[in-house]
Design a protein around this ligand. Structure first.
Ligand SMILES: [Zn+2]
Ligand SMILES: [Zn+2]
Length: 269
């Protein structure tokens, strides 16, 4: 079973899953390795919920569980770090203090102009194209400025998950230039891309990002690709991984990536 590299536990404000439930489900599914990546979105209280992490408590518990489950599964310590350019000084100090404590860091764009696309308000004052385009432009600025703070970019087209369009599908072409710039920057800086299957459980027909973006990343020479379910509960762990595997093979990938002390390790798909 492919190792899940994006999941949440009760350390994230939007999940109630006990850490042990997630680990034991991964063992049942036959995963050799699991990387827990709880939310750490510093300065996100404007959205009504505090997505920041109690870092000392998180690290202490995961280190303990790593030892307890040694021999059954390789538990990796990760985090899903929220990217916003205005918190760059915080992110730099975070990296100094905690960068070496993690095996793996996902950088994710959740908020745009202090609004989450999850919130209907994001879509109300823009056309569909403007709302989509703004998300990609902001993400490009963040990747350019904040790439030292993460290992892979999470769910590149996250915005489509919440788009008020019938099948939550979109035409990639109008956004291809800015998406190309994101992908090229990731490759140039030695950063990877995530294939996130989370939306499949909610009826999306493709992972995030969509097939065309995954194929384009490969075509441009991108090799570092992690696979994550974004599970907020144990029954979603590894969801849709067979589909992701087929899709990635179709896009020309033969390997996927896990991380050891922030260094990529390639495994066959
Ligand atoms: Zn996310
Ligand atoms: Zn997540």
């Amino acid at each position: 079973m492919i190792c899940d590299y994006h999941l949440h536990t009760e350390f994230s404000i939007d999940s109630q899953a006990p850490v042990r439930d997630q680990i034991e489900q991964a063992i049942r599914l036959g995963m050799d390795e699991l990387c827990i990546t709880d939310h750490h979105d510093y300065d996100s209280a404007f959205c009504g919920l505090d997505f920041s992490l109690d870092l000392p408590a998180y690290l202490e518990e995961l280190r303990e569980l790593k030892e307890i489950y040694r021999g059954q599964i390789r538990l990796k310590i990760g985090v899903e770090l929220g990217l916003q350019n205005r918190i760059r000084p915080y992110l730099e100090s975070f990296m100094k203090e905690y960068g070496e404590a993690f095996d793996f860091i996902i950088g994710s764009s959740h908020f745009v102009d202090r609004v989450d696309p999850y919130d209907e308000a994001y879509w109300q004052d823009k056309t569909f194209e403007q709302a989509m385009g703004r998300y990609f432009e902001v993400t490009l600025d963040r990747v350019r400025l904040l790439h030292p703070c993460f290992d892979v970019l999470g769910h590149l087209d996250y915005v489509i998950r919440y788009a008020p369009v019938p099948d939550r599908a979109y035409d990639y072409e109008p956004f291809a230039p800015v998406i190309d710039d994101i992908l090229k920057c990731l490759i140039e800086k030695g950063k990877g891309l995530e294939c996130n299957s989370g939306g499949l459980a909610y009826g999306l027909s493709e992972p995030n990002p969509c097939r065309k973006i995954l194929a384009r990343y490969r075509q441009l020479g991108g090799e570092i690709i992690t696979i994550g379910s974004d599970a907020h509960r144990a029954d979603r762990l590894g969801y849709g991984f067979d589909r992701c595997r087929e899709l990635l093979l179709d896009c020309g990938f033969t390997r996927y990536t896990v991380f050891n002390e922030r260094k990529p390790v390639f495994l066959p798909l």
